[in-house]
Design a protein. Structure first.
Length: 119
């Protein structure tokens, strides 16, 4: 039985501030920004090259902003991605080398945490 993870909710306080962070600083593609009604705004963002997207917005999830921890993106060159993100104003940890890969970590403005992994 084949299943594909397509969409992960990321809880945020300020949708426009989060959208700006993910699009302008992290380089995600803006797929949709749709105000369904006064209580529901759906903003779908996809990392370049990814088959899985994130969704931020109003009325999307009951999770507290900043509570999504440990989201992970696999990259070919973690040092190059880290340098690029730093040049865009993102605070990124030093690269950590572990037996299963190289990692760097950052958080969005709400504290949702991300890892970059080079296998």
């Amino acid at each position: 039985m084949e299943m594909k993870l397509e969409l992960v909710p990321v809880p945020v306080n300020n949708v426009d501030k989060a959208k700006e962070f993910y699009v302008d600083k992290i380089g995600f593609n803006l797929d949709h920004d749709h105000q369904v009604n006064e209580q529901l705004r759906f903003v779908q963002l996809t990392p370049q090259g990814s088959a899985c997207s994130i969704v931020i917005g109003d009325g999307i999830t009951q999770m507290e902003p900043g509570s999504q921890q440990g989201l992970q993106m696999v990259v070919k060159d973690v040092r190059a991605i880290r340098d690029d993100l730093i040049s865009r104003g993102v605070e990124v940890s030093e690269v950590e080398e572990m037996p299963w890969g190289k990692f760097a970590f950052f958080s969005d403005p709400d504290g949702n945490s991300w890892a970059l992994q080079q296998i």
